[in-house]
Write a protein that binds this ligand. Structure first.
Ligand SMILES: Nc1nc2c(ncn2[C@@H]2O[C@H](COP(=O)(O)OP(=O)(O)O)[C@@H](O)[C@H]2O)c(=O)[nH]1
Ligand SMILES: [Mg+2]
Ligand SMILES: [Zn+2]
Length: 329
């Protein structure tokens, strides 16, 4: 595949500053990014990201047997089908887009029943971001073995079951008991998937039991805060046996969606959109306006209170962000 003078197409499986690893066929190439691509307004963490399809040229006479490929140069990043991005605050104060991954088939948001506890609104804003960027969203609830009793379990299943009504696949799993692993395996098979969730929810553990060859590092939740420490530092794609890629990612403490205006979030909460047909005002933001269909739906119980609160939380955050000086798209 490494023919002198030609270039080939590959998939970026890992990207760092100025360098990346590209899967070209069955080889892994270590590549530099052509200087020309690094110029201009785009930030380094946005130019070449995991999942990008790129054209790479081989650097002749530089095969590095350790990686099983060679060295190359990324000459071109092919247009992205979609992406998952968040707002990254820079030390310099400016605000920029951070693309976590490009060209995904699906985003799977991972939560754990506890250790750490689910963060209110986290799944909701990630699914909203997925919808915004045309990515299919699914949910995995891990550590179901840590439910205190049958009632606790019932509550968790009911809560997460709501996402099924919204059309998302929901997998309830436990690395400890093996529950749900076949379903998770089926969800990932043949797909290009990004796993996102807080540190310590069990992303790497789940992947290790599903794909024993991966050997991902697993955190100990041992720092006393109930939050695991970060051990995965980059989004990294791993080939899934039988086709597809799975990306394990560093734990996210929060998620500030990129490029959603406060007034537009409504479009990414489809259940609220339906209820909003009954709002008196077309521009109703469902936070106390008169004759609000969403408020009525919450009172009736057809939209859960927590779902409305997740929406309001995101709305508040995005409005706060708009007020902050220096925010630019
Ligand atoms: N009880 C229980 N513990 C789990 C489960 N899955 C993972 N863990 C533990 O949770 C901790 C964090 O797991 P890790 O895979 O590193 O989480 P990540 O940060 O999301 O990749 C480790 O100590 C795992 O052993 C599970 O299903 N049940
Ligand atoms: Mg991990
Ligand atoms: Zn309303």
């Amino acid at each position: 595949m490494s023919v002198e003078g030609t270039s080939c197409e590959g998939i970026v499986i890992r990207s760092g500053s100025g360098h990346c690893q590209v899967a070209v066929g069955s080889e892994i190439w270590r590549c530099r990014v052509r200087g020309r691509l690094r110029q201009g307004p785009r930030e380094a963490q946005t130019i070449v990201v995991a999942g990008d399809r790129v054209r790479v040229a081989n650097v002749v006479g530089n095969a590095s047997p350790g990686v099983g490929g060679g060295e190359g140069v990324v000459e071109e990043v092919l247009p992205r089908r979609n992406r998952i991005s968040r707002l990254a605050a820079r030390r310099s104060g400016g605000r920029v887009e951070q693309v976590l991954m490009a060209n995904l088939d699906q985003l799977v948001v991972v939560q754990s029943v506890r250790d750490p506890e689910p963060q209110t609104g986290f799944v909701d804003r990630l699914l909203a971001a997925a919808l915004r960027f045309n990515v299919r969203g699914a949910v995995a609830l891990n550590k179901i073995d840590l439910c205190r009793d049958a009632d606790d379990r019932e509550r968790e299943l009911a809560h997460f079951g709501y996402y099924r009504c919204l059309g998302h696949e929901v997998v309830v799993a436990s690395m400890a008991t093996g529950e749900g692993l076949p379903e998770l395996g089926a969800l990932l098979a043949g797909q290009v998937t990004l796993l996102l969730g807080a540190s310590g929810v069990g992303k790497s553990s789940l992947l290790n039991v599903l794909y024993p060859g991966l050997g991902l590092r697993v955190n100990d939740v041992s720092d006393g805060t109930g939050l695991g420490r970060h051990t995965t530092t980059h989004t990294e794609l791993h080939p899934v046996p039988g086709g597809g890629f799975i990306a394990d990612s560093p734990g996210l403490r929060g998620f500030d969606p990129w490029d959603i205006a406060p007034g537009d979030i409504r479009a990414y909460f489809p259940d609220l959109e339906t209820a909003a047909l009954d709002c008196r005002f077309r521009g109703c933001l469902h936070r106390g306006e008169r004759e609000c269909g969403v408020k009525d739906a919450v009172a009736r119980g057809s939209v859960p209170v927590w779902r409305h609160e997740a929406y309001l939380g995101l709305l508040r955050d995005l409005e706060e962000r708009e007020r902050t000086a220096g925010y630019r798209k």
